[in-house]
Ligand binder design. Structure first.
Ligand SMILES: Cc1ncc(COP(=O)(O)O)c(C=O)c1O
Length: 444
């Protein structure tokens, strides 16, 4: 009997052509993260300043089982379920809007002074899904444009590409998005027959820029949003690392006009594998059947994307919140101290080791977040990263992948989160010898 795989008998497999697939798949942005992971995989002994992920040692303290049990007990005591019903909740599909909305709402109200109700919260599969759903819902017309700080988090630019939305970059200074440039872009878009529908910002320590928006600029941004009729997507992934958390309120806490869609994540304050994030969307939406909040519509979209966020992931996060008195600030305080210490240590180690390597080597000194950006006098591209990894055993992220358009060619991003203090010291020494040697050679 002929084998079914006999090439003589098998029909030829038709190949797909990339240009027949969605445009976003041809965008280098979508391949850049997997390329970085691939480089890290090939150089397991290299010290990596690349990932914005928590150090793996943090996870050893997380007892998934006991947090899940804590949340199940909360369902029994707080919501009147029987033990069997509460346990079943872990195994079944769940509501698209989420299971821990009340806990997240209480924490945001208490810790950050946000005047919100739990029906304005949707629990999402990380902040990433929150961005995707918010963009899908808000950007409805062909003329709608998303404005983003430039350089900007690859996740938001990538989500916009996947949805086929036009994106424009607004320069960022150490005080966050350039408000004059944003104002001008609103006008310019209007002249082109477009409208800036939403503007993405991370007011408390952007990734990769490290900027923090002063209170005055926050108020001005909200006024501008009101005047120019756009929505602000506030990404709060790194706000917990602020040394003076209480001093500058988040945009959502200042948002009397309901212009802000606030996006948060438990990836950094708990652990990224939970894949739990949230969106606060309290904008009323009028329809023939009555008025519902935008969160309600985001949950409807979610029901066609990921259906619901894993109940097990939510249970662990819910248990962690409960174990810390329902407070995000308490839950994150140890990690915030650790990341602040790492960032200060990295900054100090750079001062000590790189101060006199080359006059064109410069870096910023953010007060929080995970990242330092550094300018170097040569192209910081994937080829140089390969040299850095193979010859010097140190990894970083090329900044160019965070820019819209061509910029950041000679910049790298250094993350402090994935390393111990000893690794930071060793990594910076490797970085110093790499930069000393490579900047002294004629090239690039
Ligand atoms: C700016 C920013 N937003 C959000 C996230 C986290 O997203 P998620 O919750 O999908 O892991 C990250 C993680 O790298 C980030 O840097």
């Amino acid at each position: 009997m002929a084998a079914i795989t006999d090439p003589e008998l098998s029909p030829p497999v038709p190949s797909l052509s990339l240009d027949q697939l969605h445009d976003s798949l041809s965008d280098p942005l979508l391949g850049s993260i997997s390329f970085l992971n691939e480089v890290m995989g090939r150089y397991p002994d290299a010290i990596s300043f690349a990932p914005g992920a928590p150090h793996p040692s943090i996870f050893t303290e997380i007892n998934i089982d006991s947090y899940t049990r804590r949340f199940i007990a909360h369902l029994v005591q707080g919501r009147g379920l029987t033990e069997a019903q509460a346990r079943r909740t872990m195994f079944e599909y769940g509501p698209s809007r989420g299971l821990i909305n009340d806990l997240v709402t209480d924490a945001l109200r208490r810790d950050y002074g946000m005047d919100i109700d739990s029906d304005s919260v949707v629990i999402t599969v990380g902040a990433q899904e929150g961005m995707l759903l918010s963009l899908r819902a808000l950007c409805a017309k062909p003329q709608d444009v998303l404005a983003v700080v430039n350089p900007c988090f690859a996740g938001i630019a990538g989500a916009a590409r996947v949805l086929g939305l036009p994106v424009i970059g607004i320069d960022e200074s150490s005080a966050g998005v350039d408000l004059d440039a944003l104002r001008q872009e609103c006008r310019a878009a209007r002249h082109r027959g477009q409208r800036i529908r939403a503007c993405y910002v991370a007011p408390d320590f952007s990734n990769p820029g490290g900027s923090r928006m002063p209170l005055e600029n926050r108020r001005s941004l909200l006024e501008l949003a009101e005047r120019e009729d756009f929505y602000v997507l506030e990404d709060n992934a790194y706000g917990f690392t602020a040394p003076t958390a209480a001093e500058i309120p988040q945009l959502k806490a200042l948002d009397v006009g309901r212009r802000v869609v606030h996006i948060g994540t438990f990836a950094k304050v708990c652990f990224p594998g939970s894949r739990v994030g949230y969106v606060v969307a309290d904008q009323p939406v009028q329809a023939a059947g009555g008025t519902q909040l935008l969160a309600h519509h985001l949950a409807a979209l979610k029901s066609m994307v990921t259906v619901n966020t894993s109940p097990l992931g939510q249970a662990v996060i819910g248990g962690m919140l409960l174990e810390h008195g329902g407070s995000l600030l308490e839950l994150s305080s140890k990690k915030a101290a650790l990341y602040r210490r790492n960032l200060a240590h990295l900054s100090h180690a750079l001062d000590q080791n790189l101060g006199d390597v080359h006059p064109s080597i410069r870096w910023n000194r953010p007060e929080g977040g995970f990242f330092i950006r550094m300018e170097i006098p040569m192209r910081a591209d994937m080829n140089l990263l390969e040299v850095s990894a193979a010859k010097y055993g140190v990894l970083w992220t090329p900044m160019s992948q965070f820019y819209l358009g061509s910029a950041g060619d000679c910049e790298m991003r250094l993350s402090c989160s994935y390393l111990t203090l000893e690794e930071i010291d060793e990594g910076v020494q490797r970085l110093a010898s790499f930069l000393k040697k490579e900047t002294s050679q004629p090239r690039r």
